[in-house]
Design a protein around this ligand. Structure first.
Ligand code: NIG
Ligand code: FE
Length: 435
C-alpha cells in the first residue's frame, strides 16, 4: 500500500478538464474526465491520484480519510481577471446608470475609475488591505483558490507600488494565491487630463522600470515565485477615450522588454483593433471582447492567446450584449471565464455566478463553463501546468459542492453551491459543517 496524507472518499462524481500541455481549444473544451463514485488522494500539497473509490482504497494507506457524503468534487476555481484591490464604493454611480447615464459618460466627467483612484490614493496600506481582504474572503467562500489581481487605481508610482505591496502582503496572508498584474494604464489620471501621451511616457519611463523589473521565475511544473513588489503581467485598458492602439502598443512593448507577460482589456464598449495587437504581441490573454468583430475573433481563435470573457460586466452594467464566447469556441478558440471583480462594472466575487451567466447569456455548455473557470483560466495566468485540474502532480486545490451533480454549478444560481474548499491539500473553508 502507498502512503498518502488524505483520501477523500464517497465522491458522487469527480469532474475535471483533462490535463493538457496547453489551454483547451474549441470542441476539446467540452471533454471532461468524469469519475462516478470516486476518490482523491493527496500527498503534501499535491494530488497523488484520482480514480474509482474501490481502487484508491486498495492502493492507499491514508493518514486521514474524509467522507464527502456523495457530493461532487471539481477543481478550485481560478479567477484570471480581477480588480479586487480598491478602496471606496460607487453605489451613487450605479444609481446614475440605472437612471440612464452611460459608464463612459460618467468616466469622461471625472467619475468612474477616477473616483476609485481618489479613494484608493487616500487610503493607507492597511485600509486598502482590509477592504480588499473582505473580498478575498468572499472569493474563497465561493470556491476561488487562485486569482489574478490588477493594480490600476493608483496611477502614479507611489500609489501603484502601494497597490502591489498590498497584493503581495494579502497573498501571504490569505489561503488563496494571488497573481499580480500591473495596470498603470487603466485610465489617464486627472493631473494628466488632456495629455494622455505624457502619462504614457510616465508609465513607460518611470513606472514600468520600477514596478515591472522582473526577477520572477515562472516554473510551469510548480507555482511561480516573484520578487517582492513585482508584477507578473502588464495590462492596458484599450478603449476609445482611454488608451488607443498605438499607446497600448508602446506600453506593452516596453512591458515585454522588462520580461512581463501581457494582457489587454479590449472592445468592452467599442471595437478598437486591440485583439489583433494582442495576437501580434503574443499576449497570454485578451479580455472582454464584447464588441470584437468576426475577423478578429477568427484570428484570435486560431492563436495561442486565450480569450477571457467576463459576463458579470454586461450584466453589472445592465446591458444585453455579451461577448461572443459561443462563436469563439466554435471557431476553435480557447475561452476562459473571470469575474472582472471591480467597483464600477462588476462587483461580484463568485465564479459560479459567472458560469451561470455564461451558460445562459453566451450559450456555453456546463462542461465548457467548467473548463473555462478552471484549466483555461489557469492557462490565462500562466499556471495551467500546476493548477486548474484534478490529476496526479497538480496542486491539491479542489471544491466540494453541495450537490452530487456538477451541472448544478450552472443550473442553480444566486446562492453558494460550495460546501468546502481545499487549497494545497488543506481544508481552508467548510461551509456545510456536516461531513
Ligand atoms: O474591466 N474597463 C476597465 N476596467 C474595469 C472597470 C473598472 C472600474 O470601473 O473601476 C472593467 O470593466
Ligand atoms: Fe477589467
Amino acid at each position: 500500500m502507498e502512503h498518502c496524507d488524505l483520501l477523500v472518499v464517497n465522491i458522487a462524481e469527480l469532474v475535471t478538464a483533462p490535463v493538457s500541455t496547453q489551454a483547451r481549444h474549441g470542441l476539446a473544451m467540452s471533454e471532461l474526465v468524469q469519475i462516478k463514485d470516486a476518490a482523491l488522494a493527496v500527498e503534501g500539497e499535491r494530488i497523488a491520484a484520482v480514480g474509482p473509490r474501490r481502487q484508491l482504497e486498495k492502493q492507499f494507506q491514508p493518514v486521514e480519510i474524509v467522507d464527502v457524503k456523495a457530493r461532487a468534487v471539481v477543481p478550485g476555481f481560478v479567477d484570471p481577471h480581477t480588480h479586487a484591490a480598491w478602496a471606496g464604493i460607487r453605489a451613487g454611480e450605479f444609481e446614475q446608470r440605472i437612471a440612464g447615464a452611460s459608464y463612459m459618460e460618467i468616466m469622461a466627467a471625472g467619475g468612474g475609475i477616477l473616483s476609485t483612484v481618489q479613494a484608493t490614493r487616500a487610503a493607507d496600506l492597511s485600509q486598502l488591505m482590509a477592504e480588499t481582504g473582505a473580498r478575498l474572503e468572499r472569493m474563497l467562500t465561493y470556491g476561488t483558490t487562485t486569482a489574478e489581481i490588477k493594480t490600476g487605481y493608483g496611477l502614479d508610482l507611489a500609489n501603484e507600488r502601494k497597490m502591489l505591496d498590498a497584493i503581495h502582503m494579502l497573498d501571504a496572508q490569505y489561503d488563496l494565491d494571488l497573481v499580480p498584474t500591473f495596470l498603470g494604464a487603466h485610465a489617464v489620471p486627472s493631473e494628466y487630463k488632456g495629455n494622455p501621451d505624457a502619462y504614457v511616457d510616465s508609465v513607460v519611463e518611470e513606472m514600468l522600470p520600477d514596478l515591472g523589473t522582473m526577477i520572477y521565475t515562472v516554473n510551469t511544473e510548480t507555482a511561480g515565485s516573484y520578487r517582492q513588489g513585482a508584477a507578473q503581467f502588464c495590462d492596458v485598458f484599450c478603449e476609445r477615450g482611454v488608451f488607443d492602439v498605438e499607446q497600448t502598443r508602446r506600453i506593452l512593448e516596453a512591458a515585454k522588454g522588462h520580461g512581463l507577460a501581457l494582457k489587454l482589456h479590449v472592445d468592452e464598449f467599442e471595437p478598437m483593433g486591440g485583439t489583433s495587437l494582442a495576437v501580434e504581441l503574443g499576449a497570454t490573454s485578451v479580455d472582454h471582447l464584447v464588441r470584437t468583430g468576426d475577423k478578429e475573433l477568427q484570428l484570435l481563435a486560431g492563436s495561442a492567446t486565450i480569450a477571457v470573457v467576463l459576463p458579470g460586466t454586461p450584466f453589472g452594467l445592465g446591458q444585453s450584449h455579451y461577448a461572443p464566447a459561443r462563436k469563439l469556441i466554435d471557431y476553435g478558440g480557447a475561452v476562459a471565464l473571470a469575474t472582472d471583480l471591480n467597483p464600477g462594472t462588476s462587483w461580484c466575487e463568485s465564479m459560479p455566478m459567472m458560469m451561470a451567466l455564461a451558460t445562459r447569456m453566451m450559450r456555453m455548455t456546463p462542461a465548457e463553463a467548467l473548463t473555462a473557470a478552471t484549466l483555461n483560466a489557469a492557462y490565462a495566468i500562466g499556471f495551467g501546468r500546476s493548477i486548474g485540474a484534478l490529476a496526479p502532480g497538480y496542486q491539491a486545490d479542489f471544491v466540494i459542492l453541495e450537490s452530487a451533480d456538477y451541472r448544478d454549478l450552472t443550473y442553480r444560481y444566486g446562492t453558494n453551491p460550495v460546501a468546502a474548499v481545499y487549497k494545497k491539500g488543506r481544508r481552508v473553508r467548510n461551509l456545510c459543517g456536516s461531513y
